[in-house]
Design a protein around this ligand. Structure first.
Ligand code: NI
Length: 179
């Protein structure tokens, strides 16, 4: 395993539509996922998408299984590897919450997201995943899956008065707390 470099906004590789994965449980796939897990852990992230390390595949990881200190009211998200995902929005309720991104270090913005979604896909062995999620869990999945279609959260911002530097907006948070 190895901690990989995380690409930053402006890198064209973050703007691609990622390729579907066709072979599961291969050594290449498993070692790439291991690198992503290590990279996310080292960066203190809540999620990471393969394009963020320059890997052009439809794969995201998210969840720590623990309460995240800056979201103390959020349910823990099960650690998940999600491949070739598909999201269906359930209902028309929106949530407006702060987001950060490891590819946009130091910044944070309020982003509108669907409150409730169903997401489907596969794990690294090819087992089907089919879940309904809401709130923080739904937000994280939407953020990570956006990376697979070349969308970074600033492209979703509608109120730029709620876009700024972490250190100014949340001076009590650890500076490395991007997600
Ligand atoms: Ni991100």
């Amino acid at each position: 395993m190895a901690v990989r470099q995380i690409l930053k906004m402006g890198d064209e590789r973050l703007l691609r539509k990622a390729q579907a994965i066709t072979a599961f449980n291969t050594p290449e796939l498993l070692s790439g996922i291991a690198d992503m897990k290590e990279t996310m852990l080292a960066a203190n992230g809540a999620g990471l998408a393969a394009p963020q390390i320059g890997w052009d595949v439809q794969l995201v990881i998210f969840g720590t299984g623990q309460i995240i200190p800056r979201y103390p009211d959020a349910e823990p998200i099960p650690p998940t590897v999600l491949i070739n995902p598909s999201i269906t929005v359930l209902g028309d309720e929106l949530q407006h919450d702060w987001e950060g991104c490891l590819s946009v270090p130091g910044l944070r913005a309020v982003v509108p997201r669907a409150m409730k979604i169903r997401y489907t896909g596969f794990d690294e062995k090819g087992n089907a995943i089919d879940r309904v999620a809401d709130g923080f869990h739904a937000k994280v999945v939407q953020h990570e899956c956006d990376h697979l279609i070349g969308i970074l959260y600033p492209m979703r911002v509608t109120d730029f008065s709620k876009f700024g530097y972490n250190s100014v907006l949340f001076p009590n948070l650890a500076p490395e707390s991007d997600d």
